[in-house]
Ligand binder design. Structure first.
Ligand code: NDP
Length: 397
């Protein structure tokens, strides 16, 4: 029986609040805090169990400390934006409370996806006797656990992994992102990067692509190579992996909009002087684009996210793909959100469940693949994200 504090009342925060509320035997009391308290109240009104709400600017560490001292949670689930990660970790350190997030820290003025800032908290968390679980969404998150589980049960040696993320759904909008537009566009417009033979190989943004035939009737789609943060932790914790790549699907329409926005400077993250004040184009663009939370009732179709591994077992070559398929409309019926928020929010709640039930315990800062994958794999299906393991004939080229 534990008290939980969720910070961030966006698309993902909504799912986390619903999923924690579905498990009263683990999450006995829930407080949802965010910059705009009205959004917390709107989510609380969707849920039959009472949920407390609070206004919080999580960049103000003393205020977060004061809220934690008032609520006295066993864990803080951070589903605000990556910019808040270090501030919330500081507040957890000051109060001696466990921490969980779904995306690694990014400085506002640089789109950089690196764990170094959060890994630097390792000694302080260990000495304080508390645990930080980093990246407990789907990717990062479930994809890290899939890799650890394949490694533990299905391969003696994994040579290559390809993490593949498809949104085979449609929201009918000319251009919209499925999670926070600013974070999403910063990620996609970066140079691509993958791990090969002990070094990072860089590629021009979205320049490497393939066709991948997705299972269960989704069929062939174009996938584009991106850098994604879980690659950094996975190759660190599984040094035997020779090559690790991340792929995501995009429609031609999406890429054309993105190209035009980039060409005219609307995806810039540096301030531009406009009519006597500084504005950051990507933040202005975010204000114009549909709020991802508003896409819930509009989105149809499915997502498929998985890990394709190639290696050996008992002296024989083997290729396996473990994946989840999630239906946008089914998610909306359950928690009034589309599948991108759902596939992030469910693992955040399950990660917290693992910590609160003692299945995952430790002192210090952990990535998901460092913990035993079995209890998480057992829980994630019943909580809403069932997985399938499939043998394939050949690895990806
Ligand atoms: P949204 O933009 O929908 O929600 C973010 C929420 O955080 C908003 O309610 C916002 O408040 C709040 N917030 C922002 N700044 C602060 C602050 N300083 N103090 C308190 N609250 C704040 O984003 P999403 O829900 O789509 O994404 C949430 C997180 O999930 C992001 O970090 C994203 O990167 C991550 N994510 C991870 C994925 C994974 O698979 N691992 C996949 C998708 C997302 P306000 O409404 O007032 O702006």
């Amino acid at each position: 029986m534990s008290n939980v504090l969720i910070i961030g009342a966006g698309g993902v925060g909504q799912v986390v609040a619903h999923k924690c509320a579905q498990l009263p035997e683990v999450f006995s009391e829930i407080t949802l805090a965010s910059r705009t308290e009205q959004k917390c109240r709107r989510i609380a009104a969707q849920i039959a169990r009472p949920i407390r709400t609070a206004q919080l600017d999580a960049d103000q560490v003393p205020r977060t400390i004061a809220l934690i001292e008032r609520v006295r949670p066993k864990v803080v689930i951070n589903v605000a934006l990556p910019y808040q990660d270090l501030h919330i970790m500081d507040a957890c350190l000051a109060t001696g409370v466990d921490y969980l997030d779904t995306a690694n820290y990014e400085p506002l003025d640089k789109a950089k996806f690196e764990y170094k800032w959060q890994w630097a908290y390792q000694d302080r968390f260990r000495e304080r006797g508390i645990m930080a679980l980093l990246g407990s969404g789907f990717d990062p998150g479930v994809t890290n656990v899939y890799t650890a589980w394949l490694h533990k049960h299905h391969f003696d040696q994994i040579d290559t992994i390809d993490i593949i993320d498809a949104n085979a759904g449609s929201h009918g909008q000319p251009f919209a992102t499925n999670f926070n537009p600013e974070i999403n566009i910063r990620e996609i417009t970066q140079r691509g990067r993958y791990w090969e033979n002990g070094a990072w190989v860089e590629t021009d943004p979205l320049s490497v692509h393939r066709t991948f035939d997705f299972p269960e009737g989704i069929g062939p789609m174009q996938i584009y190579l991106l850098y994604h943060e879980e690659l950094e932790s996975i190759v660190r914790h599984f040094p035997g992996i020779r090559r690790a790549r991340f792929w995501m699907t995009f429609s031609e329409n999406y890429l054309t909009h993105l190209r035009v926005l980039g060409n005219v400077g609307m995806t810039r993250i540096d301030p531009v002087r406009f009519q006597g004040q500084d504005i950051v184009p990507i933040q202005f663009l975010r204000a114009l684009l549909p709020d991802p939370a508003s896409l819930g009732p509009l989105t149809r179709g499915r997502t498929c996210i998985g890990v394709l591994a190639h290696g050996s077992k008992d002296g024989k070559q083997k290729v396996a793909f473990v994946y989840n398929i999630c239906d946008h409309e089914a998610c909306y019926r359950e928690v009034q959100s589309q599948a991108i928020s759902y596939t992030t929010g469910v693992p955040a709640a399950v990660g917290a469940e693992m910590m609160l039930t003692g299945k995952w315990r430790g002192k210090g800062v952990f990535n998901m693949e460092q913990l035993d994958p079995d209890p998480f794999m057992a829980a994630i299906g019943p909580r809403g994200l069932p997985w399938v393991l499939k043998r394939l004939d050949a690895p990806m080229d």
